[in-house]
Design a protein around this ligand. Structure first.
Ligand SMILES: CC(C)(COP(=O)([O-])OP(=O)([O-])OC[C@H]1O[C@@H](n2cnc3c(N)ncnc32)[C@H](O)[C@@H]1OP(=O)([O-])[O-])[C@@H](O)C(=O)NCCC(=O)NCCSC(=O)C[C@@](C)(O)CC(=O)[O-]
Ligand SMILES: NC(=O)C1=CN([C@@H]2O[C@H](COP(=O)(O)OP(=O)(O)OC[C@H]3O[C@@H](n4cnc5c(N)ncnc54)[C@H](OP(=O)(O)O)[C@@H]3O)[C@@H](O)[C@H]2O)C=CC1
Length: 427
């Protein structure tokens, strides 16, 4: 009788990488080639990979690209991007090309202030205790700063305390916000450590019970604001400007469209985040929570026509990124990405990422509002399909050419063409 496979594997994490891989290979019936693929760590040292996350059995590579043409705050940038989707890098470069006038895209980030939340339960007089917390603000800040002298030395650290009474489904809670300037870090570890440190003091002050002590990813004190003017003659005239503004108006009015509009922005933001090994989940969470902060989900950008008929765009969103800490200084390629970018501070990185998000949004809207997204996007995607269908060498371009010229871009057609052209080649 064959034994049922089980995913319950006690102390899997204590085994060596090799042992874990063998277990998985046997479990999933992996071939030797598949095992060899997983074992190919590429530019990541297996020891580093094994220390970054748990239960590691291999590594996976993504393409690393560079978007060109970016001029931000008068400075040129080559922008590293890691992404699995065709046409994003081309679109970013395409947009940046028409955003180089007047010093390029403007982008300013606020101070890198993150919020640590402390949830206080079981307080009978929460409004009164809120005042007591605020009365002791300076002591709370001092206590928080004791845990991170390095951050304080660099001009960061806890700067302010806020307190709210929040009505929840299980009654009122006091929610304390510790505002921490995290300088060049993303800041979650730094802020969480501080929130845990001050919790006993908050309990003493309120007589309540502290439950959660954790950073908020709605980083609305750490915003990037980017804006740009695109001259009408550079993008096909006022008709195109109007079409882009109309496309934005659709997103401003309809959350179904706003989600896709913002996805277009995140195409750029997350690609840079991946290249520089940021916590991209934190950035995504912050972006969408910010887009919904009024209770209605809206686009993170605006597009208008100015008095001269030119297109002006703005973007405002949280941007919690670091160049110290997290994986940024652990992953060797993230270090190379930061070197290519040439950013000196986390604030500068945030400014670049805001500008890339705005440019990416423009590229998609322009394509959508003129020729449609499929023409440019599918032309580039057609290469993926041709390769997936087994095309190699010159055959890739031949298959792409036929699919594009016949406007018939699908995996099935790619397969049909590969089969047909390969047979013809052999004949
Ligand atoms: C695809 C393009 C750029 C073609 O655009 P085009 O005008 O046909 O290209 P072109 O041949 O005239 O070249 C213009 C520039 O584009 C760049 N470029 C051009 N081709 C390449 C290439 N192969 N590789 C790298 N860069 C390329 C390059 O910078 C080039 O300048 P040059 O170097 O020649 O001076 C254009 O159609 C475009 O910007 N499309 C938008 C594509 C897009 O947004 N893709 C994202 C995926 S769709 C999505 O996920 C989001 C979405 C759309 O749903 C969001 C939303 O709904 O809002
Ligand atoms: N909800 C979320 O978003 C959560 C995210 N995380 C994770 O937290 C990690 C990020 O935390 P983060 O605090 O950035 O990482 P680190 O703790 O690795 O780095 C921050 C620390 O680096 C030191 N440091 C040295 N130089 C500087 C400088 N110039 N500016 C700022 N700090 C400096 C500081 O002190 P010192 O030298 O004393 O350490 C600081 O506390 C990510 O891996 C993220 O995924 C974790 C929990 C929740």
């Amino acid at each position: 009788m064959s034994q049922q496979k089980t995913s319950r594997i006690p102390e899997f994490y204590k085994k060596t990488l090799e042992e874990r891989l063998n277990i998985v290979a046997e479990y999933a019936g992996l071939t030797q080639e598949e095992v060899a693929l997983l074992k190919n760590f590429g530019n990541l040292d297996p020891k580093i990979a094994d220390s970054m996350i748990e239960n590691v059995i291999g590594a996976m590579s993504y393409p690393f690209a560079v978007a060109v043409n970016f001029l931000i705050n008068g400075k040129d940038y080559l922008v590293p991007m890691v992404i699995e989707e065709a046409s994003v890098v081309a679109a970013a470069s395409n947009a940046a090309r028409v955003m180089r006038r007047d010093g390029g895209i403007k982008s300013i980030a606020t101070q890198p202030v993150m919020i640590g939340q402390i949830q206080v339960l079981g307080v009978k007089d929460p409004w009164h205790k809120r005042m007591i917390i605020l009365e002791h603000k300076d002591e709370i800040i001092q206590k928080a700063n004791e845990v991170d002298p390095v951050l304080v030395k660099f001009g960061g650290g806890a700067k302010d305390v806020e307190a709210r009474v929040v009505e929840g489904p299980r009654g009122p809670m006091i929610i304390v916000h510790l505002l921490v300037d995290v300088r060049d870090a993303m800041g979650a570890n730094a802020v969480n450590t501080m929130a845990e440190k001050v919790a006993p003091m908050i309990e003493r002050l309120t007589g309540g019970r502290v439950l959660l002590r954790i950073i908020s990813n709605l980083a609305d004190r750490r915003l990037v604001r980017s804006w740009v003017k695109v001259y009408k003659e550079d993008i096909g005239g006022e008709e195109v400007v109007d079409a882009i503004v109309d496309a934005w108006a659709f997103a401003a009015a309809d959350p179904y469209r706003a989600a896709t509009h913002n996805k277009g922005i995140m195409n750029g933001v997350i690609a840079v985040a991946l290249a520089t090994a940021q916590d991209h989940r934190a950035i995504e969470a912050g972006a969408h929570a910010y887009a919904a902060r009024t209770g209605r989900y809206v686009p993170l950008s605006t597009w208008e026509k100015d008095q001269d008929g030119n297109l002006v765009g703005t973007l405002e969103m949280p941007m919690a990124v670091g160049i110290i800490g997290g994986a940024t200084k652990v992953h060797p390629i993230a270090k190379v990405a930061l070197k290519i970018l040439g950013v000196k501070t986390a604030t500068e990185l945030a400014e670049v990422m805001g500008a890339v998000g705005l440019a990416q949004n423009f590229a998609a809207l322009r394509a959508l509002a003129t020729e449609g997204i499929q023409k440019g996007h599918m032309r580039l995607h057609a290469r993926n399909l041709a390769i997936m269908a087994g095309a190699t060498g010159d055959l890739i371009d031949k298959v792409v050419e036929i699919m594009v010229s016949e406007n018939k871009i699908s995996f099935a057609y790619a397969q049909e063409l590969v089969n047909k052209l390969s047979k013809e080649g052999k004949a």
